[in-house]
Design a protein around this ligand. Structure first.
Ligand SMILES: Nc1ncnc2c1ncn2[C@@H]1O[C@H](COP(=O)(O)OP(=O)(O)OP(=O)(O)O)[C@@H](O)[C@H]1O
Ligand SMILES: [Mg+2]
Length: 266
């Protein structure tokens, strides 16, 4: 509780300049027995509160690696990651895990759903920590309704389609009402209509919760939802990309006034 209050105080300080995440001089290397492979080179970027940043780049350019480091599930070789002014890259694992649970939502490129749990239980997992179980399940059911899966609460992952599993992963990432959502190819398994519904949901949540987003995508239509599009090539951010088509202004889509009772085209 005290830590949360301190976090909120720090958040207040940082909201004055509106920066929620700051990446400073990040390098990442991976090594095997014989060789060291550079993956990311001197990455510097900031994300403001409520901002939607798209991250694009060729396969293997380091997008997932960067997202993992920014989300605190991987560590940089050198450099620092700040969130709400706190350096998460130097936190001990237990403190970082708590911080991640409260502040960060992650949609992985692979879903990492727990096969022995139902869709409802998978979404409730992040809420089970320190919370009443009934409350967690009710909140999880509400979040699953928002991604159009009220009729699949009790199915286990192997009983769900790829797109349905992706939506369960999305619900799990958002159920804790994080300050920032990191999403790695969130529409990779969705058809174009479901992709559009997801974009609408993310715009709604962003408006309602002042959610910040960083979305990795290969889909030009998804990237265009960002306020900014960052390009990663060979582990380096390129401010002046050759492909200006991806740098067009963010698209404007209508935001529902009430809760988005979305029709996900079942
Ligand atoms: N554990 C690892 N060991 C060695 N190399 C790795 C490891 N994980 C990733 N890499 C390499 O790091 C580079 C960046 O990988 P990363 O997964 O971040 O790329 P990406 O931009 O997300 O690609 P994609 O668009 O295909 O998902 C790739 O060359 C990859 O082969
Ligand atoms: Mg990737």
């Amino acid at each position: 509780m005290r830590a949360k209050m301190q976090n909120n105080a720090k958040r207040g300080e940082f909201m004055q300049n509106n920066t929620i995440v700051h990446v400073q001089g990040v390098h990442k290397e991976l090594s095997n027995d014989e060789k060291t492979f550079p993956i990311l080179h001197n990455i510097n970027l900031s994300i403001c509160q409520g901002e939607w940043v798209s991250l694009v780049g060729p396969s293997g350019s380091g997008k997932t690696t960067l997202l993992g480091i920014m989300a605190g599930i991987d560590r940089p070789t050198t450099g620092k990651i700040f969130m709400h002014g706190q350096e998460i890259s130097s936190m001990r694992e237990a403190q970082l895990a708590k911080f991640r649970n409260e502040e960060i939502g992650i949609i992985f490129q692979s879903f990492f759903l727990i096969s022995s749990l139902t869709a409802l239980e998978n979404v409730a997992v992040p809420l089970f920590i320190g919370k009443n179980k009934r409350h967690a399940l009710d909140k999880a059911a509400d979040m699953l309704a928002q991604v159009g899966l009220s009729h699949r609460l009790n199915n286990r992952p192997h009983q769900l389609s790829g797109g349905e599993q992706q939506r369960v992963a999305i619900a799990r990432a958002l159920v804790t009402e994080p300050a920032i959502l990191y999403a790695d190819e969130p529409t990779g398994n969705l058809d174009s209509s479901s992709s559009q519904q997801l974009m609408t949901l993310l715009h709604t949540l962003r408006k309602r919760q002042n959610l910040s987003l960083m979305v990795v995508t290969h889909d030009i239509n998804v990237a265009a939802h960002g306020d900014r599009v960052l390009h990663l090539y060979d582990g380096m951010l390129d401010d002046k990309p050759a492909n200006t088509a991806l740098n067009r202004p963010a698209v404007t889509i209508p935001i529902p006034q009430n809760d988005p009772n979305l029709d996900w085209g079942r």
